[in-house]
Design a protein around this ligand. Structure first.
Ligand code: ATP
Ligand code: MG
Length: 390
């Protein structure tokens, strides 16, 4: 018995006369290329086998009882599953009309009977090669189409991003322009306190723009892969404490207390100090920004083992607030760009909607992660997890 090779193409020979099937099969089996030949005695069985076995090529006799070769060809070309299988029609009828029928019905080629051995092999080879290049091109164009879709979506996202950014810059810029114009036109009649007040408002608008531009630059740097974390050992307690201290005054003006008890022992993380500080700062800033007057914000640091199998220790910084909480729907958008959600700043603070998207990406850059647990109406808890020194 001949060994079947993996790269052998399967050829289905459909003919009602056994001697023809045997003759064609013999030629194919002795071809230099490895072919696996299967046969069917009529068009109906041929169609079923084509469907089930998906041969690389079908050689189809024309005149057969029950279902002619032409009918079978039409059935095969109609079905999506067999449409792309090339079919070579055998025609002994000598009429070029038949050839025309067959080619119009989708046949890849035709051969006149009695079949010439060399011609048979040449046509078979050509038909298979053509079908394979066709399927290759089809696959590639499908892939290109997919990539094109992705690029269009990315481009759309960039346009939206640009649109929102421009819009957010326009408002404070408008304010600056209007206030400057008033001062310019009316400074002689304006009381100095009013000029001072306008200057303060101009400063405020400029700050908003500055903050947005800084966030946009961060987003851009992260997305361009431009942020390379400088991973070092450092005591996370110091970073958290520094941020808590810098926010205590601001929280106090809203009657908010920051509760942080420094753990006794050092907790040494293996991360980037500045990026870690930026993350903690964003989360504490949010907790203070979205909490109503008089509430409490709790900050805790804990350590865990990643898994029983690994000796990788992880540290978790938790920031829990008693603010409005975040609905399940809002939670799905929380870490996206320009996510200004249901909760509004409670003390007139500015909000660009970029903070958490930056936080998430920065955490990931350091092989850490960040997530949120919250029930609407019951406050929110944010977690940052970072690797520790082993
Ligand atoms: N602790 C929180 N409690 C309730 N809602 C929150 C909390 N933190 C964030 N949110 C909601 O998620 C949105 C996105 O937060 P994010 O920090 O990304 O942006 P932002 O605070 O609006 O602006 P930015 O941080 O860029 O100044 C906020 O607008 C707010 O609606
Ligand atoms: Mg924020």
């Amino acid at each position: 018995m001949m060994m079947q090779r993996d790269d052998a193409r399967t050829i289905l020979v459909v003919d009602d006369e056994e001697k023809n099937r045997l003759a064609i099969s013999a030629v194919l089996r002795h071809a230099p290329e490895p072919y696996l030949v299967i046969t069917a005695p009529n068009g109906l069985v041929g169609c079923k086998m084509a469907e089930a076995q998906k041969p690389n090529l079908i050689i189809m006799d024309w005149v057969m009882p029950e279902m002619s070769g032409l009918e079978a060809l039409m059935v095969l070309k109609e079905r999506e599953t067999t449409h792309d299988i090339p079919v070579i029609m055998l025609t002994g009828l000598g009429s070029s009309k038949h050839v025309e029928y067959a080619l119009n019905a989708g046949a890849a080629d035709y051969l006149r009977i009695p079949v010439d051995k060399t011609e048979l092999l040449a046509r078979v080879r050509a038909a298979i090669a053509l079908a394979e290049s066709y399927s290759h091109i089809k696959e590639q164009s499908e892939r290109l189409e997919e990539q094109n879709h992705e690029l269009l979506a990315l481009n759309q996202e960039k346009n939206e991003f640009l649109g929102i950014a421009a819009h957010d810059l326009k408002n404070p810029l408008n304010n600056i322009r209007d206030l400057a114009r008033i001062i310019e036109q009316e400074f002689q009649t304006m009381p100095p306190e009013e000029v001072q007040d306008f200057a303060r408002l101009i400063g405020q608008s400029a700050n908003k723009m500055f903050e947005l531009v800084r966030n946009l630059l961060d987003v851009n740097a992260i997305e361009q892969g431009g942020i390379k974390p400088h991973l070092v050992d450092f005591d996370i307690r110091e970073i958290v404490n520094r941020v808590v201290e810098s926010y205590t005054q601001r929280a106090m003006t809203k009657g908010i207390t920051l509760n942080f008890t420094i753990p006794d022992e050092p907790i040494v993380s293996f991360a980037d100090e500045n990026l870690t500080e930026q993350i903690i700062e964003n989360l504490i800033s949010n907790a203070v920004k979205y909490s109503p007057f008089g509430k409490k914000v709790t900050i805790e640091i804990s350590t865990t083992q990643q898994s029983v199998a690994s000796n990788q220790q992880l540290l978790t910084v938790l920031i829990r607030d008693e603010g409005p909480g975040i609905s399940a729907d809002d939670q799905t958008k929380l870490f996206g760009k320009f996510a200004r959600l249901t909760a509004q700043p409670t003390g007139g603070e500015h909000s660009t909607g970029l903070g958490l998207s930056i936080v998430k990406q920065l955490a990931e850059v350091m092989k850490g992660k960040v997530w949120c647990e919250s029930v609407l109406g019951e406050g929110a808890t944010f977690f940052v997890q970072l690797p520790m020194v082993v």
